[in-house]
Design a protein around this ligand. Structure first.
Ligand code: ZN
Length: 437
């Protein structure tokens, strides 16, 4: 891995070619030949639209200073005078938004805190108010039915990242690991915004479906510093002047060997997301070695059928499991496909990540587990043995899909003195660091 880059130095004079300066922010869709050319020249952090809550009937809000609000029916900004520091319930009625006995207007309700952090919100779950949490930026309450609404946090990307890093990394980890993750999380968020976020009123979830985000409550000095010191920097790929960001996959622990995005999710070969041998440098992870994990055949077939039903795949009609075998592995020995043979003699071949997802599908169904943690696969980097009543997964390695940057490998590299720029570039062969804004 080349480690000499003209823009990498210890002082602030390092230079990142500006992606957005006079260029269009182009986004490469992995697994798809279409490149989106979006005319979104940006000079400051773009807004991330984070869907905090879905389909709520009530929201608790508390403000230490009167925020400004406006509604679609009354777009004039007005002060929302609430009793200071007293939690109030917001509801959506056919007549409009109601806080206490006040009706505010109809349509989307926007609440802009007077000072960052001066407004806290919490869902009301089964009549109980959850802990109130402050968020940067503003809040948007979007009606989705006459009485239900989503809560979206509109926050600039840098502020969003400060609330992501502490939830994605271990608090004691190296600051260079944090900076590497800041670059990757920024790239990932921008890519989500430009692809799945376009055409809808929000960009990202607050959980593993996007990146875990806890708002200001979860921020740390380390996360804020890492975001500040990498401001605007993203990882991209392409010839000079034509760089494009991409879906910068990352996972907790690769188990020593990554898999390519092509193997995990389909599509065509993409150099930065190829499989890599990381030489077991993430072996400090508690999930570097795991297993055996045993799942009863009956339970496994229930999960795989449920997955097949959800995905409209032939596995929905799978019979009792006769045998599960590993079909083939990548150049570094990481599984690519598994095959399941059922009692009727039908054979189902699944990509390794499909297989893991299917084996874990609906695993925590409380009517079956009675609240106990269910047996699940931490990764698809595992061997499989068919016993008479169960399937035994042995010699498991890693945690997560194992595509792109491995967080435990990154931490090891940081501990050994590697700087964040090189940590990122080691994880994405052929990629570059550039400024998005
Ligand atoms: Zn690793």
């Amino acid at each position: 891995m080349a480690s000499v880059h003209p823009f990498i130095s210890r002082n602030s004079s390092r230079f990142f070619p500006p992606l957005a300066f006079g260029l269009m922010l182009a986004v490469l869709l992995i697994g798809c030949s279409t490149a989106l050319n979006r005319n979104t020249t940006v000079t400051s952090p773009p807004l991330m639209r984070v869907r905090l809550l879905l389909a709520q009937e009530q929201l608790t809000i508390v403000a230490s200073q009167p925020p400004i609000y406006r509604t679609e029916s009354d777009p004039t900004p007005r002060a929302l005078v609430l009793p200071g520091n007293v939690p109030m319930i917001v509801t959506l009625t056919p007549a409009g938004w109601r806080i206490g006995s006040t009706i505010l207007g109809t349509g989307t309700l926007t609440i802009q805190p007077a000072v960052e952090g001066s407004v806290k919100v919490a869902p009301v779950i089964a009549g109980t108010v959850s802990p109130l949490r402050p968020y940067r930026g503003s809040f948007r309450l979007v009606p989705i039915s006459p009485t239900k609404f989503d809560l979206v946090n509109d926050v600039d990307l840098e502020g969003y990242l400060a609330g992501v890093l502490p939830r994605e990394l271990i608090r004691t980890w190296h600051e260079e690991t944090y900076k590497a993750q800041a670059i990757i999380a920024r790239t990932y968020a921008l890519n989500e915004k430009a692809t799945v976020g376009s055409g809808r009123y929000w960009d990202v979830y607050t959980d593993e479906r996007s990146q875990v985000y806890g708002g200001m409550t979860d921020e740390s000095d380390k996360s804020r510093l890492a975001v500040n010191q990498t401001q605007g920097v993203v990882v991209a790929y392409g010839a000079e002047g034509q760089e494009r960001i991409f879906k910068a996959y990352f996972s907790a622990c690769c188990g020593g060997v990554t898999q390519s995005a092509q193997a995990a999710f389909g599509g065509s070969f993409f150099e930065p997301l190829q499989e890599q041998n990381n030489q077991a440098i993430c072996n400090a992870s508690p999930r570097f070695n795991w297993g055996p994990v045993v799942i009863g055949k009956e339970e496994l077939v229930r999960r795989i059928r449920a997955w097949g039903t959800a995905k409209k795949r032939p596995e929905k009609d799978m019979g009792a499991i006769k045998e599960v075998v590993l079909q083939n592995v990548n150049v570094w020995g990481r599984p690519l496909r598994f095959a399941i043979t059922d009692a009727k003699g039908l054979r189902f071949s699944l990509q390794a990540e499909e297989f893991r997802t299917a084996c874990n599908f609906d695993a925590n169904n409380v009517s079956i587990t009675h609240g106990k943690p269910a047996s699940t696969l931490y990764s698809s980097f595992v061997k499989v043995i068919t016993d008479s009543e169960s399937i035994r997964f042995v010699e498991g390695h890693g945690w997560g899909h194992g595509v792109g940057m491995c967080q435990w490998c990154s931490q090891r590299r940081a501990e050994e003195g590697m700087r964040h720029e090189d940590i990122v570039l080691a994880a994405y062969p052929g990629a570059k660091l550039i400024r998005a804004y």
